[in-house]
Design a protein around this ligand. Structure first.
Ligand code: KG4
Ligand code: ZN
Length: 408
């Protein structure tokens, strides 16, 4: 089975093509067109701009994904002659709100043959609604033109499923209960129930995963997401967007242990000891703003100060995330901890998480996707679509965007 995955939930136009063969998955292509440079000016994602860029990028990204997967073939003259007027009109109806996309896609579909794809998986939410619709309408147009089944995917579930992509781009899929330890093919370890921490630009959620498709949110942020906190505090410090990698880069050059003795930075660790599993990061952002202003007034902002402050911010976020996740893992007596989302790409977070899990809950399986599968991509969407392939249908009219789609 060959699956095309599509994700346009935020500022990346991502398409991937996977082949599933006897439980093994092979990534045939994984293309991401990032809009970071465009949004950098605004210090964050600007939805109308993002939507416009998706319209422009979707067809070139599809072409590249098919080409890399060796699935792009020109039509013969005969095939070109066969296109019916009514079919083109229907395509126009599906994309009536996306004029730019329609023009590009019509030209593409008239030129190239139907590729050997069996299923289309597209993100339906959560995300920025105008952006989600671009991917969805594009997927609908393809499903209609190529007469393919389509399945809607939850982006958060996608971040969790990124854990099932193996190191060498071929991966061993877990059965409903087990996962094969990639270091030792003979030792099977129970995976479920699992506690999943999804930390991205828009979400910070602790999810209890009883099995594939069965989730319960046990904690989430009450205000800003962890990634948002990285992005907003980076902006305060004058660092570029996205803030996570910018803060991580500065933090790596910080000299002092936290809490910092030289600059006496004291940041709060919001809700670290609260009884529930919720998070709150806006207080941390406000504390950074306050500290930064105070130092500015004293004319004490130096390159070194920025590095030390970045280190403190990163550590505060890491401390809270690790403590709450391990507490949830202990209390819910889970078999594994899974991480996902852009913030899980953070090197220091990965290192410290591994260390703490080993110390606190050594029997648990601890899995983090490769950094490139933590941030938004369509491989994770295609994998999730594969697991839910029984829900796929040719009734593409039913698929709609839901900006606030919940997992569980
Ligand atoms: O999952 P993702 O790519 O998109 C969303 O679904 O939101 O996550 C993006 C977020 C941004 O806030 C970005 O600053 C953060 O992930 N991020 C990082 C790192 N790389 C990306 N945060 C900390 N350290 C990183 N290395
Ligand atoms: Zn994401």
């Amino acid at each position: 089975m060959i699956i095309l995955g599509i994700d346009t939930s935020c500022d990346e136009t991502a398409l991937a093509i996977l082949r599933m063969n006897k439980g093994k998955l092979e990534i045939l292509s994984n293309v991401i067109s990032s809009q970071i440079e465009i949004h950098r000016k605004y210090g964050g994602v600007y939805p109308t701009l993002a939507k416009r860029e998706h319209q422009r990028n979707l067809v070139p990204v599809l072409k590249e994904a098919l080409l890399k997967a060796k699935l792009l073939k020109l039509k013969t003259k005969n095939q070109k002659l066969k296109i019916q007027q009514t079919k083109s009109q229907k395509l126009g109806d599906i994309l009536k709100k996306e004029e730019v996309l329609y023009g590009k896609l019509k030209e593409f579909l008239e030129k190239y043959q139907k590729p050997k794809i069996d299923l289309i998986a597209v993100t339906t939410g959560p995300g920025l609604e105008p952006c989600l619709w671009q991917g969805i309408n594009f997927a609908k147009a393809l499903a209609f033109w190529w007469n393919l089944p389509i399945v809607g995917v939850n982006h958060i579930e996608g971040h969790i499923f990124a854990n099932f992509i193996d190191r060498n781009s071929k991966f061993q899929l877990p059965s409903s209960k087990q996962i094969t330890n990639s270091n030792d093919q003979n030792s099977k370890q129970l995976l479920f129930p699992a506690v999943c921490l999804v930390v991205s630009g828009g979400h910070t959620q602790l999810i209890l995963m009883k099995k594939i498709g069965k989730y319960k949110i046990i904690g989430e942020t009450r205000d800003d997401a962890a990634g948002e906190c990285f992005d907003k505090t980076a902006r305060i410090l004058g660092l570029s967007y996205p803030g996570g990698p910018a803060i991580a880069q500065q933090a790596e050059r910080g000299k002092f242990q936290t809490p910092n003795p030289k600059f006496q930075i004291r940041l709060p660790l919001p809700m670290i000891n609260s009884k529930d599993y919720d998070f709150s990061f806006s207080g941390l952002k406000t504390a950074v703003l306050y500290e930064f202003k105070k130092q500015s007034q004293k004319k004490r902002i130096s390159k070194q100060y920025i590095k030390e402050m970045a280190k403190e911010i990163q550590q505060a976020i890491i401390d809270v995330l690790i403590k709450k996740t391990i507490k949830a893992a202990k209390n819910y007596k889970v078999k594994s901890i899974l991480l996902g989302g852009g913030v899980a790409a953070n090197k220091e977070l990965r290192k410290q998480f591994k260390r703490e899990v080993k110390k606190e809950v050594p029997k648990l399986l601890f899995i983090i996707p490769k950094p490139k599968f933590c941030t938004d991509n369509a491989v994770m969407i295609a994998v999730t679509g594969y697991f839910h392939r029984k829900k796929a249908s040719k009734n593409w009219q039913k698929i709609v965007a839901d900006a606030n789609l919940k997992i569980g």
